[in-house]
Design a binder for this molecule. Structure first.
Ligand code: S3P
Length: 439
């Protein structure tokens, strides 16, 4: 981020009212990329207006797709078809968007004889791409990265062959890159997941007529049908990861009562709500259940009603981590207020996010008075029933900025967040939306 702003969050007496979180970031990225790959125009309603997903629209335009936004906000994407991406004459700037950087090469890998360079901001330049280069390389593409693993990197397309690939980590980004490449590959690709991760790509590809099947931990994806991907419309639900900030604030400030409307209730995105409920958090509303081998065509939407709650500590086990990966900083904050010792295990992936979120969360919350320590694969928090307050730096990480804001509302003395503008990566109206709940 080029500019940094400081914002102060004073202790709230309580939070009350309704909130509608912004559109889902993961689904918006995918809607733009699938729209660019599709054979016929795709109408996207509620596309996320935020820095990360603007980067994705810029990227698909650079590849030849056209976009038009109507006054009511509906976005129409006219794509170039499965193999029609044109090579731009300069690098594609992914900005801060890790999802864009990891998914797009899955598509570009099949553009025979064309080369695409991807680059981004300082944070992106620290995030590994070898995790996608390995499977896409086995499928036939060539990916050359700085030091063999970092951006900027160049994808050179080639005819692709199907592979059987066991994911080394439960990552929806790696899974999705391979799934997109599989659409253009010769033969049927299989992906074995060590644990379930968000499944938007599978759902959206199935809705677009691609042959996608699940059998337990195995996902099989065949090449796209000859007439390509066909999706007329994609409706983006509210983002449960953005909603989690208001949910946490409502749980932590006694006497609060907040209704969260319109967020996805997809079971692969709602691990945080399940963890918070286990901690004693009062959150009413239905979440989707694991549909087993069935692949739903879209995300269900649900409302949640949250009340200020007395919390007890919990242990978050490795299998829960991918289902709550972006909300784990908030679990640390809940842990500060819970009775007992809250532990998160198996979350080493946090070190590879917009910042090393094990280090930045531990250092940030400690600076506010928390009794928290980093472990190799997560953190452990001793609940003291409060947060003192003070100052926290976002380090340009949107989720850290919003964590600091929520900590401030629940704190004794208030919190100053340095670099609050980072929130615009996923949630530009965060301060206004949460501010409207504060009484
Ligand atoms: C995302 C997947 C997750 C998540 C990220 C968005 C996605 O990353 O942390 O914010 O949209 O696929 P990993 O799949 O690498 O864990």
């Amino acid at each position: 981020m080029s500019t940094t702003t400081t914002a102060r969050f004073d202790p709230a007496a309580r939070l009350q009212g309704e909130i509608r979180p912004p559109a889902d970031k993961s689904i918006s990225h995918r809607a733009a990329i699938l729209g660019a790959m599709a054979q016929t125009p795709v109408k996207v309603t509620n596309y996320l207006a935020a820095a990360d997903t603007h980067s994705t629209l810029d990227a698909i335009r650079a590849l030849g797709a056209a976009t038009a936004t109507r006054p009511d906000g509906t976005l129409t994407i006219t794509g170039v078809g499965l193999r029609g991406a044109r090579a731009p004459d300069r690098p594609i700037d992914v900005g801060n968007a890790g999802t864009l950087m990891r998914l797009l090469p899955g598509w570009l890998a099949a553009m025979e004889g064309r080369a695409f360079t991807l680059d981004g901001d300082d944070s992106i330049r620290r995030r590994p791409v070898d995790r996608i280069a390995a499977p896409l390389g086995r499928m036939g593409a060539r990916i050359e990265a700085r030091d063999g693993r970092l951006p900027p990197f160049t994808v050179t397309g080639a005819p692709l062959r199907a592979i059987a690939y066991e994911l080394p980590v439960a990552s929806a980004q790696i899974k999705s890159a391979i799934a997109l490449a599989a659409l253009n590959a010769h033969g049927r690709t299989t992906i074995l997941e060590p644990a379930p991760s968000r499944d938007h790509t599978e759902r959206m590809l199935a809705a677009a007529g691609a042959p996608v099947r699940r059998s337990g931990a195995e996902l099989r994806i065949g090449p796209a049908p000859p007439d390509g991907l066909q999706i007329d419309a994609i409706a983006v639900p509210g983002d449960p990861s953005s909603a989690a900030f208001a949910i946490a604030a409502a749980l932590l400030v006694p006497g609060s009562h907040v209704v969260v409307r319109g967020a996805s209730a997809n079971w692969t995105r709602t691990g945080f709500v399940r963890i918070a409920r286990r901690m004693g958090g009062v959150i009413e509303g239905e979440l989707e259940r694991d549909p087993g081998d069935a692949i739903p065509r879209a995300d269900p939407i649900g409302d949640l009603e949250v009340r200020g709650s007395e919390l007890r500590a919990t242990v978050v086990e490795p299998a829960e981590v991918p289902l709550a990966i972006d909300e784990l900083p908030l679990v640390a904050l809940l842990g500060c207020f819970a009775e007992g010792r809250t532990v998160v295990r198996g979350a080493q992936e946090l070190r590879l996010k917009e910042t090393d979120r094990i280090a930045t969360v531990v250092e940030g919350l400690r600076g506010l008075g928390a009794d928290i320590e980093a472990t190799e694969d997560g953190f452990a928090v001793e609940g003291t029933g409060e947060i003192r307050g003070g100052a926290i730096a976002s380090h340009g990480d949107h989720r850290l900025a919003m964590l600091g804001a929520v900590a401030g509302l629940a704190s004794r003395e208030g919190v100053e967040v340095h670099g609050m503008d980072a929130a615009a990566v996923s949630y530009p109206s965060f301060e206004a939306d949460v501010g409207a709940l504060v009484k």
